[in-house]
Design a binder for this molecule. Structure first.
Ligand code: MG
Length: 280
């Protein structure tokens, strides 16, 4: 089941995507919350509600899709988390996940522009599986970690490499407004295995990243265990789990983003998140 946040006018609402249609969930007695997505009983209620509302479905092209988590409490990112991405940088496999932050205000919607700031010359893409937290998690074990996850979405961890490398830490280079496109759907943990998904990134139709989350150095369970051992994770927090090899800055020659470029970030079972670049 693919949840979507969308609008056909001005009011954001939740729906379920079925093929090329969105079934509205306006008739549900309870609001859709990240915590509810951890409850199998609630997911059954949603399935029935979507069946009942099937005649009210709207074609996807008539809806504006929105980021499934528009205002995350925090975004915790994992660097160097695919074997092939560590190799392209000649870096060894890290002993523990490398964590950094991305501003919550960097989130943007599917289809909206990625704004390239005037001072940035090295704009880059990164396909990443996003983990949306559904229950407050502190000191959870890997074996139980998935019980705390609402579901999964796709994130483009847009990066200003010049800012990232000049600063020697990541916050500025990762946090400009619009640097976290997110969507197009949110798939409950119960309905997908996050550790066996094909992931890809295309720029203007050319595939530049192609991998599978089986390449994770630390899988979703281990990442949630590690982060929750450091900080409390709350419903609506987002973990961006790192990117595979093939990012623009490490290509030979580098292939960085320019105004007019269209980026597709695709994750199996979640869909394709498309955004284009404009200059500030
Ligand atoms: Mg990243």
């Amino acid at each position: 089941m693919q949840f979507v946040r969308y609008t056909t006018g001005s009011t954001p609402q939740w729906g379920v995507r079925r093929d090329d249609e969105i079934v509205p969930l306006a008739g549900l007695r309870e609001d859709v919350t990240y915590q509810q997505l951890t409850d199998g009983g609630f997911l059954n209620v949603v399935e029935d509600a979507a069946d009942a509302a099937a005649e009210q479905a709207v074609p996807v092209e008539k809806a504006r899709l929105l980021a499934p988590v528009p205002r995350p409490g925090k975004i915790v990112c994992v660097g160097l988390n695919y074997h092939d991405h560590a190799e392209e940088q000649d870096k060894g496999v890290p002993e523990r996940p490398l964590l950094f932050g991305k501003s919550d205000t960097s989130v943007t919607n599917p289809g909206d522009p990625i704004v390239n700031p005037s001072e940035v010359e090295e704009l880059d893409y990164e396909v990443e599986l996003g983990v949306v937290i559904g229950r407050t998690a502190k000191d959870v074990n890997a074996s139980e970690a998935r019980e705390y996850v609402a579901g999964y979405t796709a994130i483009n961890d847009v990066s200003a490499r010049d800012a990232q490398f000049e600063d020697g830490q990541y916050l500025r280079g990762k946090s400009y407004d619009t640097f976290a496109p997110m969507g197009p759907t949110l798939v409950p943990d119960e309905h997908i295995d996050p550790n066996t998904l094909d992931v890809a990134c295309r720029v203007n139709g050319e595939t530049l990243q192609e991998s599978n989350t089986e390449q994770f150095i630390f899988d979703v369970n281990e990442v949630v265990e590690y982060i929750s051992g450091i900080m409390t994770l709350r419903p609506g927090d987002v973990i961006s789990t790192g990117t595979p090899g093939g990012v623009g800055i490490f290509r030979d020659p580098p292939e960085l983003l320019e105004a007019g470029d269209e980026i597709d970030v695709e994750i199996e079972g979640i869909g394709t998140l498309t955004n284009h670049v404009v200059d500030e």
